[in-house]
Design a protein around this ligand. Structure first.
Ligand code: ADP
Ligand code: XUL
Length: 617
């Protein structure tokens, strides 16, 4: 009998749920399970996975035991669903970015002596020195942000060093606030994890608190991306008390610089209680956004437009181009050389460092509000105001006015900053302009042609993404491909305008389900770390058999190799289908049309009008 095929597990511990994806060796998603915090762990009383501090405090957090209990329940569900956990050979986790977890001095002993006869959560009651995890929506750390900024000099200098200017949700400010508000509990903290490294620690349950992943460390305002070491001035600002950073360094621990390094084996608790194989290896976890980035295997100059409640744009680059407006992170699956503070990577070959940049079009730092985001809710607002709440009417209006040739250069644009946004900084108000000359274009309250309202907001948002992604890439050509995700990514007109304005194909992940091609319906985040688990396993297996070259295969290369093999094995009907994608796993939902050339001439015009709107002129 043929040996069972190896399987791979990705976990996604985000704001509202803990999700699991089970992957085959050729990266097909075989099954998914989830635990939703509000409903499945109702005793915590969360809404949207979080609790709020006193009115006006800006505090948003979740109970620290929530992810631990969720893991207990998830494993029960996986068992009830009959997953072949004994065949899982590697696992990796994703966690909400920025959020910090505080381990007590008892944590190591408790983690190393878990009784497989009982669930994990009741055994870890004393493993934490803080009973909450501050959530990324928290906005209570304005003072600490100012201190960190001052320590580095300015917002520009902080962004230059750590990849981002100060944000209330970032870990550095959150740790500093905890130190001030609860000095004793802070002193009693043995280690500080991010959610991704916390789940990794639980998966190994060997008594060792696992290191923070270098890509996720970039969401802390503490990791100096140029020297690839903890930033001494940032640490000093967070540690306070005359700048003694040694204790904080030891709480933060080492940083994992190789996203595919084996950091441990699955814990005995998992083996004995749920039947996992002791051979199952654990790879470093990473942030939820980096994990989503991995699920699409974004290559240099490719981007992701996540058009949900708010818009998030990710851009993959080979160069480090920090800017206070957005966030720069290290690529989450690279074999980076050991950093000064990091762990060594035996036998691995350093590859060229890679990055991704994230533009978050919402005021997460002032707390979530239904009116805050400059994303779908602004689009929805325009739809409701001018098109009777109907996407079909909105789309028809935009379609009627879209440029039909390169000569059809746009002459109207609109900025919908219903509440202050962060990109660009201090953006507020609604501003509309009509006229091809930016300096003399008239400022109007509403366009004479109502249909222009639909096209103007879409073009303006896409010109924003084109303008800034081109600046990040250092090339006017901008993105070479844009993946779309989120609610508005289902709208064909929005995708078509995106393809025209960005002058590149707009794509989605697709799958052959045995009968037809369709949009991949899986949870991108847990699948992204599932790919990482597969990559780490391939390299570890090669290392064990002494194949040094294979042990340092790059993430993108391995995934491409697997996809090619999978494509070669597809039935003829899949390849001959009218909608068969050129690449296995990736299909274009829109490509630049005859009017796309019109936007080349519009970028500078739009930039000048954005400056006018910011100045309120
Ligand atoms: P979230 O960001 O909360 O995960 P989604 O990704 O599901 O949510 O996106 C929700 C948003 O998608 C809504 O704000 C809505 O405006 C938008 N949306 C849903 N359907 C369409 C559509 N056909 N066209 C444009 N936008 C849409
Ligand atoms: C990103 C951010 C959120 C969380 C969501 O900066 O704060 O997207 O990662 O879990």
């Amino acid at each position: 009998m043929a040996p069972p095929q190896p399987l791979f597990l990705g976990l996604d511990c985000s704001t509202q749920a803990l999700k699991a994806s089970l992957l085959s060796s050729d990266l097909r998603v075989l099954a998914e399970e989830e635990v939703r915090f509000d409903n499945d762990l109702a005793h915590f009383g969360t809404r949207g996975g979080v609790l709020h501090g006193p009115e006006g405090s800006g505090e948003v957090f979740s109970p620290v035991l929530q992810p631990v209990e969720a893991l207990d329940l998830l494993l029960e569900r996986i068992k009830a669903a009959g997953w072949d956990v004994d065949s899982i050979r590697a696992v990796s986790a994703a966690g909400q970015q920025h959020a910090t977890v505080y381990w007590s001095h008892e944590a190591s002993r408790l983690l190393g002596t878990l009784d497989p006869g009982a669930p994990m959560a009741p055994q870890l009651l004393r493993a934490f020195s803080r009973d909450i995890i501050p959530n990324w929506q928290d906005s209570s750390t304005g003072a600490e942000c100012a201190e960190i900024t001052a320590a580095l000099g300015s917002a520009e200098q902080l962004a230059d060093a750590t990849g981002s200017s100060a944000h209330t949700r970032f870990s550095g400010a959150q740790i500093a606030k905890f130190r001030k508000v609860s000095p004793e509990a802070y002193a009693d903290t043995a280690r500080i994890s991010l959610v991704s490294s916390m789940v990794t620690t639980l998966l190994c349950a060997d008594g060792d608190v696992k290191g923070i992943d270098e890509s996720d460390a970039c969401g802390m305002n503490l990791w100096d991306m140029r020297s690839r070491a903890w930033s001494e001035p940032a640490l000093a600002a967070v540690a306070g008390g005359g700048g003694d950073t040694a204790a904080l360094r030891s709480k933060l621990g080492l940083v994992e610089t190789d996203g595919g390094r084996v950091v441990g084996q699955i814990g005995q608790w998992f083996v004995k209680r749920y039947g996992f194989s002791p051979e199952c290896i654990v790879l470093p976890g990473t942030g939820d956004n980096p994990a989503t980035f991995l699920s699409l295997v974004l290559r240099e100059s490719e981007g992701l437009l996540s058009l949900g409640t708010s818009d998030v744009v990710m851009v993959s680059t080979a160069a480090y181009t920090p800017h206070p407006e957005y966030h720069a992170f290290f690529h989450p699956a690279q074999i980076a050389p050991p950093s000064k503070d990091g762990t060594a990577v035996a036998g691995a070959q350093a590859e060229q460092l890679r990055y991704f940049n994230m533009l978050v079009y919402k005021s997460a730092y002032v707390g979530w509000s239904p009116l805050t985001p400059d994303g779908s809710l602004a689009r929805e607002h325009v739809r409701d105001k001018y098109f009777a709440k109907c996407w079909d009417d909105f789309n028809a209006a935009a379609e009627r006015l879209r440029p039909k040739s390169a000569a059809d250069v746009p002459s109207r644009t609109a900025f919908w900053w219903l509440l202050p946004d962060i990109i660009p900084a201090n953006a507020h108000g609604v501003h509309k302009y009509e006229g091809r000359d930016a300096a003399s274009a008239g400022s109007v309250d509403a366009f004479a042609d109502r249909d222009a309202e639909a096209l103007a907001i879409l073009e303006s948002q896409m010109l924003n993404y084109r303008s800034r992604s081109s600046a990040i890439l250092g090339s006017p050509a901008g993105l070479s491909r844009a993946y779309v995700a989120g609610g508005a990514g289902k709208n064909p007109t929005i995708c078509a305008v995106a393809a025209d304005v960005l002058a590149c194909p707009v794509s989605k992940a697709v799958e052959w389900d045995g009968r037809q091609w369709g949009e991949a319906g899986w949870n991108a985040c847990s699948v992204g770390v599932g790919y990482k688990a597969r990559w780490g396993w391939e390299r570890e297996a090669a290392r064990q058999r002494g194949d040094g070259a294979r042990a340092s295969i790059g993430f993108d290369d391995l995934i491409a190799e697997i996809r090619r093999a999978r494509r070669a094995a597809l039935p003829a009907e899949a390849l001959s289908a009218a909608d068969a994608p050129d690449d296995e796993g990736v299909a274009n939902v829109a490509v630049p049309g005859p009017g796309a050339g019109a936007y080349d001439a519009a970028v500078g015009w739009w930039q000048a009008l954005e400056a006018r709107a910011l100045a309120g002129k």
